[in-house]
Write a protein that binds this ligand. Structure first.
Ligand SMILES: Cc1cc2nc3c(=O)[nH]c(=O)nc-3n(C[C@H](O)[C@H](O)[C@H](O)COP(=O)(O)OP(=O)(O)OC[C@H]3O[C@@H](n4cnc5c(N)ncnc54)[C@H](O)[C@@H]3O)c2cc1C
Length: 316
């Protein structure tokens, strides 16, 4: 269950988190990003403080391997998008852009979403299942949305061998003068500084993208590397001393071929039941999750239409 609002608990939420060009280049990822950006923008405009989502100036640099087609697509909807002139790029950087991004205080945003869902009458039940069929224990369950992240690899009835963890270590730091989201995508490193909205000046410093690494321990040599790289990247960070509050490692639920949004049929006691898979979003669950959810729900539109026509007593 989510913790109380304003609590800086990145033990359960390692995500930075921001909207960035880090996501996949395929058509699905581009579509989910666009939907996610519009959604987060709306939240920031309409209830930014309440939802812990904020418009934030952002700079992204690439040392090489610039995803030009993807950037061209994003340039059409990102606010204040601009390619940074070559003579303004730091040494070793091949390409850079600036735009207005959305930063999210991940733990507090989850608490916000939890409260919104409570208002809609959603009931929460925490239970570990060992097979997808277990999720249909209640015979009145019409549809199961399987949002199980990394566990999709081993859950009986799913066993998706394309899933793998991508480890990242981040630091929670106090640096109130940081206002800009910054990222540098290197060939074998990923460095970022993400200011956390409504947190009294906290920032997330990262990081790592270790494909296939499922180790959730933290390492002091990685902490030192993050401090050094982020200081070198952000003038706002290097200007003053900053206090490290915590080091956390998290595992992004990655998947070869991108996230899986797919309706399938599960046989439960001889009866066909609908399960919608929605997992494998890797390092983009916050920026792309809204778009993914819209499409996952759309796959069972026929069932939902029928269900909403039923009398309320038949649903409980
Ligand atoms: C270091 C780091 C930085 C990140 N930065 C960003 C960022 O800047 N922007 C961004 O958009 N994203 C970011 N992410 C990625 C983001 O955190 C993930 O994409 C997102 O959390 C995935 O959400 P999910 O709900 O799909 O999966 P998860 O968060 O993995 O949730 C899966 C859920 O399934 C439950 N579960 C597993 N097995 C079972 C079972 N057998 N029975 C019942 N329940 C089960 C788990 O308990 C968990 O609650 C970052 C991640 C990391 C680690």
């Amino acid at each position: 269950m989510p913790k109380a609002a304003h609590q800086e608990d990145i033990v359960i939420v390692g995500a930075g988190c921001n909207f960035s060009a880090i996501s996949g280049r395929d058509k699905n990822a581009l579509r989910w990003d666009k939907l996610g950006y519009a959604h987060l923008l709306k939240l920031a405009s309409q209830e930014g403080a309440k939802s812990f989502v904020r418009r934030t100036p952002s700079i992204e640099y690439w040392d090489d391997e610039v995803p030009h087609e993807k950037i061209q697509d994003m340039a059409e909807y990102l606010e204040d998008f601009r390619v940074i002139p070559k003579d303004q790029l730091p040494s070793g950087v091949k390409f850079g852009v600036s735009f207005t991004t959305l930063t999210v205080n991940a733990p507090c945003h989850l608490e916000y979403l939890y409260q919104v869902l409570l208002q809609y009458g959603v009931r929460f039940l925490r239970k570990k299942i060992s097979a997808i069929g277990d999720a249909f224990a209640n015979p009145k369950t019409k549809v199961v949305f399987n949002c199980i992240g990394n566990a999709a690899r081993h859950l009986t009835g799913v066993e998706d061998t394309e899933c793998y963890p991508t480890r990242g270590q981040v630091l929670l730091a106090r640096a109130p003068n940081v206002r800009t989201n910054m990222m540098r995508h290197g060939r074998d490193y990923e460095t970022y500084i993400i200011p956390r909205p409504e947190s009294n000046g906290n920032v997330i410093l990262g990081g790592y993208m270790q494909k296939g690494n499922g180790d959730s321990a933290t390492y002091s040599h990685e902490t030192e590397s993050i401090k050094k790289r982020t200081r070198a990247l952000s003038p706002e960070l290097s200007a003053k001393n900053f206090e490290i509050l915590a080091a956390v490692a998290g595992l992004r639920p990655s998947r070869n071929g991108g996230a899986r949004i797919e309706r399938t049929t599960v046989n439960v006691n001889g009866e066909p039941r609908a399960a919608v898979h929605n997992y494998g979003t890797g390092g983009t669950g916050f920026q792309a999750g809204y778009g993914m959810a819209i499409e996952a729900v759309a796959t069972v539109d026929d069932i939902l239409q029928k269900w909403s026509a039923e009398p309320i007593t038949a649903k409980i």
